[in-house]
Design a protein around this ligand. Structure first.
Ligand code: ATR
Length: 285
């Protein structure tokens, strides 16, 4: 054994990364580096841009170079789901993987921490009650699929999934086999009654678009949550404020909470999220 390897400070720290495209503006390296500092864990965390068609190779290369875990973001979450050897129950249900761990015996294990990240942000950071709540979910793509299971687990009174392409919402609702409290529809069939919580999981905010939601969906008791975040409030958030929503929240807390759950899976330590959310919000890192 080389003498240097006897000393911990000479051993390379375990390597983690986020893979996606685009990836340059990812906040994951900042978040995981802050978690590592806070919990006294030695690790490195980088952002890797992967081109279309190159995902499997990139994962293989990272693993071969001693990588311990990878976060996966747009557009590779479904590909990651197909690639892993094993999946957690929540990843199976979500149809997408955002966290890969390489076990010491060589298995590649996929998990999905997006849903639990959303639920923790809503319940713990914003004190929003989900049990018995009437929830409107906008969109029926990967983002919404990923959070449906954890939201249903909180036993809401009802979840309506509304999507531009109605069939996709109807199919997604049917897949979860919870007819008594889950309904899929087009935006025109949302109904007249206000919701307790509206979550925007469409990609409309990215294009600066607003899904056509009836004003009656919002009352002064409604919380509106956009899974997106940016320096400025999204169009959906601005609309929600104009309708007089009780609370309007962006997806930064969800981002940090899903990262915390990944960190816990990899390191067995649960970081404090509040201080990291504040750091990101105020641009301190
Ligand atoms: P993601 O993984 O981010 O959910 P996706 O699977 O491509 O991405 O899904 C994008 C979602 O945003 C879909 O629900 C899409 O509606 P369609 O199924 O009708 O395509 C929705 N979406 C995208 N742009 C939108 C817009 N301008 N207005 C309303 N919904 C939009």
């Amino acid at each position: 054994m080389a003498l240097s390897s006897l000393f911990d400070f000479d051993v390379k720290p375990p390597r983690y990364a986020v893979m996606g495209n685009p990836i340059a503006h990812s906040k994951s390296p900042l978040i995981h580096t802050a978690f590592a500092k806070q919990t006294d864990q030695r690790l490195s965390y980088s952002a890797i841009q992967v081109d279309a068609g190159g995902f499997k190779q990139a994962v293989g290369n990272f693993r071969a170079s001693g990588g311990k875990g990878i976060n996966i973001t747009i557009p590779f979450k479904q590909e990651a789901w197909a690639l892993v050897d094993e999946r957690s129950e929540r990843a199976t249900q979500a149809g997408a993987v955002n966290t890969i761990s390489f076990s010491d015996d060589g298995r590649c294990i996929g998990d999905n921490t997006d849903g639990v990240g959303l639920v923790r942000d809503l319940m713990e950071n914003h004190s929003i009650q989900l049990s018995d709540a009437r929830i409107l979910l906008l969109g029926a793509g990967g983002a919404v699929r990923g959070v449906l299971g954890p939201l249903l687990a909180q036993q809401p009174a009802e979840i309506v999934i509304a999507n531009r392409t109605e069939e996709k919402a109807v199919e997604l609702a049917a897949e979860f086999k919870r007819n008594e409290l889950l309904r899929g529809c087009g935006f025109q069939s949302i109904g007249e009654q206000p919701f307790d919580l509206i979550i925007n999981g469409t990609a409309a905010s990215l294009q600066g678009d607003l899904p056509p939601i009836p004003a009656s969906a919002v009352s002064d008791k409604t919380c509106c949550y956009d899974m997106m975040y940016g320096k400025e409030p999204t169009v959906f958030m601005r609309w929600a404020s104009e309708q007089g929503a009780a609370k309007v929240i962006d997806g930064l807390g969800m981002l940090v909470e899903q990262a915390a759950e990944s960190f816990y899976i990899w390191r067995g330590v649960r970081p404090e999220t509040a201080e990291v959310i504040v750091q990101l919000r105020t641009g301190q890192n």
